[in-house]
Design a protein around this ligand. Structure first.
Ligand code: AMP
Ligand code: TRP
Length: 332
């Protein structure tokens, strides 16, 4: 069975963009592959963050992932598998400084830091984070990495590091991981469909996967449909987004019926919104219900994740032992 690895940073709420755009795919891949899914808390330290909140966010994300269908046995918390950082160090020595400074995400994120902070502080961690990401992937010898296009460059780096490592040790030790681009939708903000749904833009720009019914209905009801500016005369981004949400939520039939109504000029946006809200509420209330069950016994989930992390750690330790042997480090 081929191996899949992916990871997500613990940074607050999970929204429908994260779910439909990434996590739903994780859930589905579990049937076909050996999956390792990490909540990568070491990565979350690379941008300015609140030390009081990181651990809470980490457990929150674990809870959320399990509530939407990720199996606890496939999940690990990165800091419970410290071999990632040790392998990251080794890989630092197989990666050129210049290549890291050319990463577009490093440029974007350092720009964000510059704009947001009182004093400019760009950590070495931010520069180095793609190397840790490489360790996340290679430590499990992952064949496939489901990622969005924004991570393409980082995956290319992982392949470069694997190749340089193999060349140096004179052995095809690491398999070159491949990106797994599944057709995943891009979800837009309902309040401003010209931008993507995201947390950083503020509360009205995302719909929480665990929002209560009234909130979901309110957010869909107030969704922007026509912005007035639509020079091509085609379907506006806001309406496209509502159709996308409907399809993603799994109501293909209503999607097709309403699309036909749109094409024949008979679609009332209020009707579309009603159906979208119904479909989303069905999903979010199911998720909320499961989250409530999990939260009724928090200790149980924590114990499960500590155990799965310890189990997954064995694979990581084995790789690290082999790597240390190959690169000439002490290995007892
Ligand atoms: P972030 O926390 O924003 O880095 O997102 C985590 C994951 O969710 C990434 O894999 C993104 O590709 C995905 N994602 C975030 N926002 C959206 C969106 N609006 N539409 C689709 N996917 C998204
Ligand atoms: N860098 C990824 C992001 O910002 C998260 C991540 C860390 C990751 N390690 C990974 C993704 C390994 C895939 C594989 O979204």
């Amino acid at each position: 069975m081929k191996t899949v690895l992916s990871a997500i940073q613990p940074t607050g709420d999970m929204h429908l963009g994260n779910y439909f755009g990434a996590v739903k795919n994780w859930v589905q891949l579990q049937d076909r592959y050996r999956c390792f899914y990490g909540v990568v808390d070491y990565h979350a330290m690379t941008m300015p963050y609140d030390v009081q909140k990181l651990r809470t966010y980490t457990w929150d994300l674990i809870t959320n992932l399990v509530a939407v269908g990720v199996k606890p046995e496939n999940l690990f918390i990165q800091s419970l598998v410290p071999e990632h950082t040790e392998l990251g160090w080794i890989f630092n020595c197989f990666c050129s400084y210049g290549q890291l400074t050319r990463m577009t995400q490093f440029k974007d994120k350092s720009q964000q830091v510059r704009e947001g902070a009182k004093e400019e502080f760009i950590s070495v961690g931010l520069l180095d984070y793609p190397v840790l990401q490489t360790a996340d992937i290679l430590i499990y010898k992952a064949d496939y990495v489901p990622v969005g296009k924004d991570q393409e460059q980082h995956l290319e780096l992982a392949r470069d590091i694997a190749q340089r490592f193999n060349a140096q040790v004179g052995k095809e030790y690491f398999v070159l991981p491949e990106p797994l681009y599944t057709e995943t939708p891009k979800i837009r903000s309902t309040a401003d469909p010209t931008r993507k749904m995201s947390k950083s833009a503020g509360e009205k720009h995302y719909i929480n996967v665990f929002a209560d019914e009234a909130t979901v209905r309110r957010q869909i009801k107030s969704a922007v449909t026509d912005t007035g500016e639509n020079p091509t005369g085609g379907m506006s981004e806001g309406v496209q987004n509502l159709f996308e949400l409907l399809k993603s939520a799994g109501d293909q039939k209503s999607h097709d019926d309403l699309m036909q109504a749109y094409q024949s000029g008979n679609l009332k946006y209020a009707d579309l919104k009603q159906v979208v809200a119904d479909a989303l509420v069905k999903l979010t209330s199911e998720f909320s219900e499961r989250k409530k069950e999990i939260n009724a016994d928090k200790k149980r989930l924590k114990d499960q994740i500590k155990a799965s992390s310890a189990d997954i750690r064995k694979t990581a330790q084995q790789t690290l032992r082999e790597v240390k042997e190959l690169v000439g480090l002490m290995n007892v």
